[in-house]
Design a protein around this ligand. Structure first.
Ligand SMILES: Cc1cc2nc3c(=O)[nH]c(=O)nc-3n(C[C@H](O)[C@H](O)[C@H](O)COP(=O)(O)OP(=O)(O)OC[C@H]3O[C@@H](n4cnc5c(N)ncnc54)[C@H](O)[C@@H]3O)c2cc1C
Length: 493
């Protein structure tokens, strides 16, 4: 480097003609060794490029290795077929367009669905194991090592009648999972990291990307990173791939773009500080869906399906047997982060007898009451607010129906006798889904609509499939799928 080392405390691009010495020279630099990064590195290496991964922490994995491991795949994957589920790319696209909208990138949805079967086979060929067993119960994840589950509300209202329901949450097999710490996502990352090692891909750990380096034509030709406080200039002859994750841990960006997540726990890792987005923005990149977020609610799906959820006014607002992430979004984004779960004694006992992957969501109820009127008073609701809701629910439940929200008959039963109520106000966490806008080749798009030469991105620093809604598996899904594209595109210029 020059006598005066370049600043690492700004996201402004650095001019290549000011770099006196390149510390490392490769064809493709991948920033971030999570799911998008590993897939990009593998495909870039297979396309003949000399690849270097820069990773800020001391090991591979990122949020992906902590994740439950759902990868949203369909259209007739080998696993779906082995378990007797019919699906087509068109059916999958119809569902995703409705569930991930409004405002999805339609070309991306169709491209992803069309390539989904091949992507599943690619993962399997890289050594990702999937057990041919289906888990059909409500839950956040399969409790054991089952490989396939509904993970987006495909088999619940309002999607049930829109597209033929098919389970698409593919989970890598992992018998010793510890939810939230080392789960199915670890068994996605491990074989992929081994594949990358087998290809001879170089990695620099404890090395953090700080700035992009551009030539006189504004083409990205390298990155300025830092390791243990020392700047490192890395030249990338063919391209740079940003795969540094979301902005879930940047409080200012959260306040600016997704304020409802402010103060909520982030379902991510602290390294998700939005750096990839800001570096690309500083070069004029377009952003998309910066307000979109995944939201988890800390409720047990087996209890929610059997009970009813009401808001702070005692009214039902969401189909309780749907994907719990859809419930989380409804609570945080549309009900002021307020929800109460009400269930009767018989259904509660039934629910507690079921197997769950998330036993920590089974805690004692906040209130127990003999009558609805008593519970209503305990909850501090105006007289009749809850009584009216439960009377209407029970009236139709007598006939196994839920004409208000369309909960499936198998979960509908009148609430009778003693009632338990869980106060779920403020019980949400989430991560961000917006980021730089990319095309189908994972090229980062300038606000003019043109690609920014030499710059590619994938994973949660990009706006992927999700525009507003979410399904479990969309992040590892689009991160791996468009990570591959980013690697291929970067390697081929
Ligand atoms: C508990 C939990 C469960 C989840 N379950 C699921 C699930 O089942 N299915 C699903 O689809 N999603 C799930 N997610 C979300 C999913 O894990 C992430 O959205 C996904 O990993 C994002 O992929 P990525 O490649 O963008 O980021 P990551 O996989 O996190 O990789 C980003 C990498 O970049 C590194 N990095 C950051 N900044 C820099 C820098 N300046 N320089 C160099 N490296 C840097 C990070 O350290 C990290 O290793 C879950 C998340 C959590 C926390």
């Amino acid at each position: 480097m020059s006598q005066q080392p370049p600043r690492t405390d700004t996201v402004r691009p650095l001019r290549a003609n000011t770099v006196e010495h390149w510390d490392i020279e490769v064809d493709v630099v991948v920033a971030g060794y999570g799911i998008a990064g590993v897939c990009a590195a593998i495909e870039a290496a297979r396309a003949g490029a000399n690849v270097l991964i820069l990773e800020r922490t001391g090991g591979w994995g990122g949020a992906a290795a902590l994740a439950g491991g759902f990868i949203y795949l369909g259209g007739g994957t080998g696993l779906q077929r082995a378990l007797g589920f019919d699906d087509t790319p068109e059916n999958m696209a119809t569902f995703l367009t409705a569930a991930l909208g409004p405002g999805v990138d339609q070309a991306k949805i169709e491209d992803y669905c069309a390539g989904s079967v091949e992507h599943y086979e690619w993962l399997v060929a890289c050594g990702v194991p999937f057990k041919a067993e289906f888990w059909g119960e409500p839950g956040w994840e399969p409790p054991h090592d089952e490989g396939l589950m509904y993970s987006g509300g495909e088999n619940a209202a309002p999607f049930l009648d829109l597209a033929k329901p098919a389970p698409r949450g593919h989970v890598p097999q992992f018998a010793e999972k510890k939810i939230g710490r080392r789960s199915g996502g670890y068994m996605l990352m491990k074989p992929l990291a081994e594949t990358a090692a087998g290809l001879g891909i170089a990695v620099e750990y404890d090395t953090r990307i700080r700035r992009l380096i551009v030539d006189d034509d504004d083409r990205v030709v390298g990155v300025l990173a830092s390791t243990y406080g020392k700047p490192v200039a890395v030249r990338a002859a063919r391209g740079v791939v940003l795969a540094t994750g979301s902005f879930a841990y940047d409080t200012e960006m959260i306040a600016r773009y997704t304020p409802k997540l402010s103060g909520r726990p982030g379902a991510a890792i602290e390294e998700h500080d939005g750096i990839g987005i800001r570096l690309a923005q500083a070069l004029g990149a377009e952003l998309a869906h910066m307000d979109a977020s995944e939201v988890a609610v800390f409720g047990d799906p087996q209890l929610m399906a059997r009970g009813i959820l009401v808001n702070g006014r005692g009214q039902r607002f969401v189909t309780e047997d749907t994907y719990p992430g859809r419930i989380g979004q409804a609570v945080l984004l549309h009900q002021d982060n307020e929800a109460f779960l009400i269930i009767d004694e018989k259904s509660l006992e039934q629910a507690l007898d079921t197997v769950t992957a998330t036993p920590f969501f089974r805690f004692p109820p906040t209130w127990v009451a003999e009558t609805v009127a008593e519970l209503e008073a305990e909850m501090g609701l105006p007289a009749q607010a809850l009584q009216t809701t439960i009377a209407a629910y029970n009236q139709h439940a007598e006939h196994g129906a839920d004409p208000l929200l369309g909960k499936k008959p198998e979960w509908v039963r009148p609430l009778t006798g003693a009632l338990a109520c869980y106060d779920l106000r403020g019980f949400t966490a989430g991560f961000t889904l917006g980021g730089v806008r990319t095309d189908l080749d994972s090229r980062v798009l300038h606000v003019s609509g043109e690609p920014i030469a030499g710059l590619f991105a994938a994973g949660r620093c990009t706006s992927g499939l999700c525009a507003g809604g979410y399904v479990s598996g969309a992040s590892l899904g689009d991160g791996s799928f468009y990570g591959r594209r980013a690697g291929k595109s970067a390697a081929t210029g």
